[in-house]
Write a protein that binds this ligand. Sequence first.
Ligand code: MN
Length: 310
Amino acid sequence: MLIVIGDVHGCHDELRELCDQIGPGANDRIVSVGDLVDRGPDPVAVVRLFRDTPGAAAVMGNHEDKHLRAHRGELRPAPSQLICRRQAGDAYPEILDYAATLPPCLDLPEALIVHAGFEPDLPLSEQPRNVLLRATWPGEKGLGGDPQRWTARYRGDKPIVCGHTVFEKPRVVGRTFGIDTGVYRGGRLTALVLPEERLVSVRASADHWRATRAAYDTSSERPPGQHLVDDSLAALDVLLAGLPEPRDRDSRRALAMALAARPDGGELTSLAFARDRRAALVSRYKTSAALGRALSRWQASPSAREDEDE
Ligand SMILES: [Mn+2]
């Protein structure tokens, strides 16, 4: 069988528990949809498991890509990458080396594995990298709505399995399977077992990202004012917990931009758009002038979009 595992994000214990529950044999293969690292407690152990298990494989997630680009100096690392570096310590080069080997997608006999998205109108060889890794289509600036809207247009027979967008339960649309169930933030880690198309999940033992953030202070490594941005994004997470699915990066970014549009501070009315835009949530926010200025500077910086810790 083929066991496809959703975004692990350093949650090694849950990964072991999930594998134990499925009980793969010597001829079975384990494949990750990417985002093995960041936010969870043990990124090195997760990378080593995939690297060292015969028959295991992974596609590149946007988080692996961020580590590689930050290492090349193309990107300012977000807190989850800064923390991951410190968690890994001397073993950090193992993460970079493994990340560099990961393909942008895997076309297997049982399924097509991508991290985030797929353009049904294009052949595999012509898929834009930002579609595969981020579900961002050419010309989009990240406010395009539902990162999984492509699933409704997919007419192929071969299952497509992806992660990236967190859902409370696995999201099955036609022959597409979204299996990121947010283990890093206290959700579940989900696997899709093929060819029988069986979904298996284990519960997270804790809100790992909250604990990890609390354990590592990255403020000294951040540009001035960045802690205000980090705080606001953390606040957005709390607000978005009340939103209908999907609680995606676009909703978060829409809120961040709404906050940034009010550099004078004061009370703010912000709108977060859910997938179908009918389910818009209006919420009143108290924001400070300092936060507004920090967000404005951050939004204006060329790396702002990538710097966002999504
Ligand atoms: Mn992810």
